[in-house]
Design a protein. Structure first.
Length: 89
C-alpha cells in the first residue's frame, strides 16, 4: 500500500529544523522513517508511514518544497573589506 503525505498542508506545523531538512533535500521522493516520525509528531498525523516507516511525497509536495528552497536562498552577503596596512606601518 502506497502512503503519501501532503507536506504543503502541514508546512506551518513543522518545526524550522524539519522544514530546513526538507528544503535541504528538495528532490527526495521518500522521506526517511526518522524524519517521517518527526513530521508525524509535529503534525499529529500517524497514518502517513509505509511498512518501512517512510513516507512518499507527492509531485505537488516536491514542487512546493522546491519552491520553499528557492525562496530561502539568501542574497550574497555584503563584501568584506580588510585593512591592507602592514602591521609595522
Amino acid at each position: 500500500m502506497l502512503i503519501v503525505v501532503h507536506i504543503k498542508e502541514f508546512w506551518d506545523q513543522l518545526s524550522p529544523e524539519t522544514q530546513q531538512w526538507l528544503v535541504d533535500n528538495p528532490g527526495t521522493m521518500i522521506v526517511p522513517r526518522t524524519v517521517t516520525a518527526i513530521i508525524n509528531a509535529e503534525t499529529g498525523e500517524g497514518d502517513t508511514m509505509d511498512a518501512h516507516g517512510g513516507t512518499v511525497l507527492t509531485d505537488e509536495d516536491r514542487h512546493f518544497i522546491q519552491e520553499q528552497a528557492r525562496n530561502r536562498v539568501s542574497p550574497s552577503p555584503e563584501p568584506k573589506f580588510f585593512d591592507s596596512v602592514r602591521p609595522g606601518d
